[in-house]
Design a protein around this ligand. Structure first.
Ligand code: ATR
Length: 281
């Protein structure tokens, strides 16, 4: 019998921690599976995914920049994937791909469970409106945050995300140039690619509320500039995306194997060396 095949698709993908995380989960749960990293450019992605399915692929994680393309290739999708318009987890069922998105619940689980933070009623600023922002925004709203302000370098994308969330009384968009007039926030989420692309992103200190929590969805080197800004600007806590990565992986694992692994051991192992890593997924 051939071993069940799983993979993470991305570009680049060689620094992805997902193979290591899933191997640790499989060992812990006594499940035999193969999990590899597959590099595919946007042009190659659809063919690479089809070849993987033909070769016995049963499930896939999708990372940058393919989450929206993956969603478009799915025959069916969960409600949270539809709300995000992006899929980070694919399950092969009856010869078709079904898409899900575990990023948002992974983030909320990391903040609420691992870090024991109460998200309810937090006045929240979401910076960015790309695939990463779309993945987490619905879960943040569902977790009971207070008003959500979305800013994005390209304002139209922020408006599109706010429309997709469908809560006009609670979700607002603002121009980047208005940031200095918005007052302080209790939760500031960086969902931009600025840190990964090593481009600068100017933020005024006035957005930091008295007990502000700053979260970068990236980890490793990509998260350093924003988290350094957050600490120097007076945020009470600054958290990178490593815990979210581990939690979204655990939820993907549960979708494939029907059992949720314990994330504490692998998180402890990875957080010791996370700062040396260059890319996020
Ligand atoms: P991802 O899947 O990581 O979200 P994406 O869909 O390409 O990738 O989105 C990248 C996000 O980072 C966008 O919100 C982008 O802003 P634009 O929509 O205006 O492109 C944002 N971004 C990237 N570099 C940035 C920078 N230097 N300053 C501010 N925002 C930046």
């Amino acid at each position: 019998m051939t071993m069940a095949r799983y993979a993470v698709f991305g570009h680049p993908v060689q620094h992805s921690l997902s193979p290591r995380i899933h191997a640790a989960f499989a060992r812990q749960q006594g499940i035999a599976m193969a999990y590899e990293a597959i590099d595919a450019t946007p042009d190659e992605f659809a063919a690479a995914l089809a070849a993987f399915a033909a070769g016995g692929g049963r499930g896939a994680n999708i990372t940058l920049p393919h989450k929206q393309a993956a969603f478009a290739l799915c025959a069916g999708a969960s409600e949270r994937a539809r709300r995000a318009g992006a899929a980070n987890t694919l399950v092969r069922r009856d010869g078709e791909w079904h898409g899900d998105n575990t990023d948002g619940s992974g983030l909320v689980r990391d903040l609420a469970d691992r870090h024991a933070l109460d998200l309810r009623a937090r006045r929240t600023l979401l910076i960015g409106a790309g695939g990463a922002a779309r993945g987490v925004a619905p879960a943040l709203v569902d977790a009971g945050i207070g008003d959500l302000y979305i800013i994005n370098r390209t304002p139209e994308r922020a408006d599109a995300l706010a429309d997709a969330l469908g809560q006009p009384g609670r979700v607002h968009t603002r121009y980047w140039s208005d940031l200095g007039n918005l007052g302080g926030f209790d939760l500031i989420v960086n969902a931009t690619a600025a840190g990964r692309e090593q481009s600068t992103m100017p933020l005024p200190n006035t957005i930091v509320g008295p007990r502000a929590l700053a979260v970068d969805l990236s980890y490793g080197e990509a998260a350093i500039p924003f988290l350094a800004w957050a600490r120097s600007a007076g945020c009470a806590q600054a958290i990178d995306g490593l815990g979210m990565l581990v939690e979204q992986a655990a939820e993907s694992f549960a979708l494939w194997h029907g059992v949720r692994p314990d994330t504490a051991p692998i998180y402890a192992e990875l957080s010791g060396r996370a700062v040396a890593l260059a890319t996020g997924d």
